[in-house]
Design a protein around this ligand. Structure first.
Ligand code: GLU
Length: 293
């Protein structure tokens, strides 16, 4: 793990309390904790609870219980994203002021139906690296007057990044430093593959991408150690960091723990849940072994 030029290394584990922690989370948490110890760094825990419908205090309490049982210790107070919405709002405002964000009026259902109609006609529609279709609407081209009138009328709308304009604004192509493969590599980022990502919605005033880059900067995270499932999202994070003038941490995307079906574990997979394993009599040392540490 190369040293970050800035300061004492700062690591974070950033779970979302929208389901119980499983072995995949244990691997991530152990890696961050162990690296912090090894490099005489800090280990932070961040609760990523912007989704107020799926995240609950009970699930958050279960996270603390599981991590304490694993023997991890983290700095207090814990940062909770739900308490920081005004901060994300000001980052969004900066993108709006730069002319890089626009209000998007199509609902998720309408967008899905439109893409399905395109695809039914055999017209391919671009999808992001996670498989979700790009936003199928030209709201970004609306005149200022029309946009303002629609904003007044609309009950709800989202803010999206104008990806094309955002990429065009860069002075040079973005990349990130990746150490997940064992050696240090500079990876060329392709944020355009994500299309016009959501920055905020009326039911969630910040998106994952926006809040994660703001928090990593505020918490002075030097090393982001997280699962390989977020590898491609790093392109969006690096782009937002450039646009918002935020520093870039070093990234380390680790292997995923797969379920019996060979797929990434999901929070509904009870048999790999840490509390289920604990109640079955497994020890933290067993969990370390089970995740290959
Ligand atoms: N909150 C995200 C998750 O639970 C992780 C975000 C990150 O590590 O950047 O998948």
């Amino acid at each position: 793990m190369p040293a970050h030029p800035r300061q004492k290394p700062v690591f974070r584990f950033a779970p979302s309390p929208n389901g119980p922690l499983h072995l995949g989370h244990a691997l991530s948490a152990f890696l961050n904790f162990d690296l912090a110890r090894e490099h005489n760094g800090r280990f932070l825990l961040r609760i990523e609870d912007i989704d107020r419908t799926r995240c609950t205090p009970k699930l958050e309490a279960a996270i603390y219980e599981d991590l304490e049982w694993l023997g991890l210790e983290w700095e207090k107070p814990v940062r909770r994203q739900s308490e920081r919405f005004p901060l994300y709002q000001s980052a969004l405002q900066s993108l709006i002021d730069q002319g890089l964000a626009y209000p998007a009026f199509m609902t998720r259902g309408e967008a899905k139906a439109k893409v399905a109609a395109f695809e039914a006609e055999g017209k391919p529609w671009p999808r992001d690296p996670d498989g979700s279709p790009h936003y199928p609407c030209d709201d970004r081209r609306m005149s200022r007057d029309e946009r303002e009138a629609r904003q007044k009328r609309a009950k709800t709308f989202a803010w999206r990044l104008d990806m094309h304009a955002a990429v065009a604004r860069l002075k040079q192509p973005v990349s990130w430093t990746e150490t997940g493969s064992g050696s240090q590599q500079e990876i060329a980022a392709d944020p355009a593959a994500w299309g016009d990502v959501v920055l905020s919605r009326s039911d969630a005033p910040s998106s994952y991408h926006l809040s994660v880059v703001v928090d990593d900067a505020v918490q002075e995270i030097t090393h982001v150690v997280r699962g390989r499932d977020l590898y491609h999202a790093t392109a969006v994070h690096r782009l937002l960091q450039e646009l918002l003038g935020l520093p870039a941490p070093i990234y380390h995307h680790h292997r995923l723990i797969l379920g019996a079906d060979g797929r990434k574990l999901s929070k509904s997979e009870g048999s790999t849940g840490l509390s289920v394993l604990r109640h079955e009599g497994r020890t933290p040392a067993d969990i370390r072994r089970m995740v290959g540490l």
